[in-house]
Design a protein around this ligand. Sequence first.
Ligand SMILES: Cc1cc2nc3c(=O)[nH]c(=O)nc-3n(C[C@H](O)[C@H](O)[C@H](O)COP(=O)(O)OP(=O)(O)OC[C@H]3O[C@@H](n4cnc5c(N)ncnc54)[C@H](O)[C@@H]3O)c2cc1C
Length: 498
Amino acid sequence: MSKTDLEYDVLIIGAGVIGCAIARELSRYKMKIGVLEKEPDVSLGTSSRNSAVVHSGINYAPGSLRAVVNVKGNAMMDVLCADLKVPLKRIGKLTVALTEEDLPGLHKQKAQGEANGVPGMELLDNEGMRRIQPGIEGLLGLWTPSSAIISCWGLTIALAENALANGVHFHLNCEVDGIERDGDGNEKTFRVRGAGTTREARVVINAAGLHCDEVSAMAGVTGAKIWACRGEYYVLDKRLDGSLKTLIYPVPGPNDPGLGIHLTPTVDGNILIGPSATYIPEENREDYRATSPVMVDLRREGLRLLPGLAASDFIRSFSGNRPKQTPPEKGGNADFVIEETAVPGFIHLIGIESPGLTSSPAIAERVRDMVGRHIPLEKRDDFVAERPGFVGTFSDLPEERRMDMILDEPEYGEIICRCERITKKEVRDAIENPLGARTLASVKYRSRALMGRCQGGFCTPRIVRMLRDEYGYKPEDFFVRGRAPMFAGLVREGGNGR
Ligand SMILES: Cc1cc2nc3c(=O)[nH]c(=O)nc-3n(C[C@H](O)[C@H](O)[C@H](O)COP(=O)(O)OP(=O)(O)OC[C@H]3O[C@@H](n4cnc5c(N)ncnc54)[C@H](O)[C@@H]3O)c2cc1C
């Protein structure tokens, strides 16, 4: 078989933000690209389970790969998000020293930031901090104006959709369970098995997140080892939108596995409290439960940081697991590993924990250059960088534009999700997404329906009815997020479910 007969030039395993950013970057060039994802949609792993902060780059040792891709990725976000219609807000961040003991750590972060090229940093006394965030307490604060918040699932989905529009093939529900390499000399080919089908490619990229070490082992690459470290969060109601003007973080300790529990406003107007950091047993790296002791701690911390909080402000919890290279007894963090392995043409990305979201566009360029050693990087002249649509939801648009859009498309005039004011047209667009992903989570992440205060109490039956009546869904076709069915069956045979 000659090289040009192969189904793919490049196969990417994993459709989180890293796999999708790489797919989109490679789609600028003349090559055949496939993405294999075990879940029924993109962005169902760590990429939709994080703080959604675009970090400035003060946290990582100068010269480390994490520092380099963090600062570069941050700088790339404005253009990328404008092209892909992804919400991004440059609200800046205050890292606050509360006690004398925190001061060395704060100065260390500033020195790291200077060495890493973080723009616009300032040390602020209490008065200076209060000009940014009224009422804040602390001895000294490090202000990093380049810190931002973003829609994490919005970015991943947009990267995937734009990659798809530029010719990348996505194979969802395709769990890779075997990788072989055969052929002689330069003609060597990978055979990647997933969901009963074997696909061939010249280059394989392992962007499998929490399972990256297992996928590397399939290709005969040993030495990588991942421990999952869970971060749990509370989500606060949008009633508090505007009460946090910026990101507020504590100074992290030297061996902390994360950046400490903090308050994070989201681009949608909620506030997150978290994340905790707990190593979880090896058997299930994707155990995303929220545990009662951690929730109690987060609630206490939330009330300390925002004393006016009411019990009804805590609307839900979630968690995300860090793919750590450091074992529990060591803690702390290790640098990202992004390299072509001892198996030529097999590139792996190991331990892409924070700031992986921020770094994703810079990581994609780095991986592109590695691919370029095997496949010529010949630019396509029909690459389209922009994604159609608008940033945010229909209800964020100016009234006049909304009126025009309702005249053209009456379903913009019908509200399906009352809490988030999401229209039937937005839900329909989410259902008819180009990747063909049809779980309730797919609709939720694309439209924001189901994300409000009632957590789907009002809109779930309406969305279910739409899928049943307009798309012919049977009870067994409904899935919430992964592959576990939503309904066991009909309560009353022949009933219309109304
Ligand atoms: C609590 C927490 C907070 C964080 N906060 C931030 C932050 O504020 N800012 C920031 O920049 N970063 C943050 N991060 C880090 C960031 O979320 C990750 O670096 C990033 O999402 C990693 O993306 P990924 O594509 O590598 O992984 P994932 O999103 O996990 O994607 C990997 C994909 O591979 C798939 N897969 C696995 N095995 C296989 C297989 N055998 N076959 C096919 N598919 C497979 C999975 O299903 C998954 O979809 C945080 C992380 C956590 C856990």
